[in-house]
Design a protein. Sequence first.
Length: 237
Amino acid sequence: MILGVNVDHVATVREARKENEPDPVIAAKMAIKGGADGITVHLREDRRHINDRDLDRVRRNVKKVELNLEMAATSEMVTIALKIRPDMVTLVPEKRAELTTEGGLDLVKSGRKVKKAIDTIQHRGIPVSLFINPAIKDINISKKLGAAMVEVHTGLYANAKGKKQTAELNRVKKAVRRGTDIGLQVNAGHGLTFTNVKKIASIKGIRALYIGHSIVANSIYLGMEKAVKEMKRLIER
Ligand code: PXP
């Protein structure tokens, strides 16, 4: 099982001050040093964190591990994907005001648009993954639409507690099993943390986990002491 690290929220901190730091490309390089098998960036329509320049720089700097571009299935994004050539594309639903991706794709409503994006991108040799809710129906439709991969949404599992969490975990397990049975490559992600990742990581058949927010949050905790020590050292000198 490989780990793809989403560095979007490094850019979120940068955008809070419109400065040059922290730089998601430097963060991506450090994530790779730490063992990341892949880097994910989500280019949003409103460019609220990762922007076009970041994407271009990430592509030029991330060569040895898989670069996963998360994006909406719009013609603007498809054109960008074909120009940048990430190693894979994950199609996600996108709402302007949402704080993060809120759920999987509605493949019944947006099936035609999604299929058009899959065909165009995969025809150019870039595998496409669909971010979907943990439902057998969505796994089956993803296969019919011709996607090479799916990413099963783990957010409901992550947010649930007790028996509800066990029920959500079982939905994820069933979706993963169905996906691998019908020949899809199955990934999973959203809302995973140091605390809740183990149960998802123990599901057989998952190719990759995609984790962002919790890793960025913990990197602040793990780095704060060092950063303050360095500033004190410079002041005292
Ligand atoms: N997978 C998808 C499709 C996402 O949209 C996100 C959030 O950008 C993630 C995984 C990572 O989720 P989190 O930041 O909660 O780890």
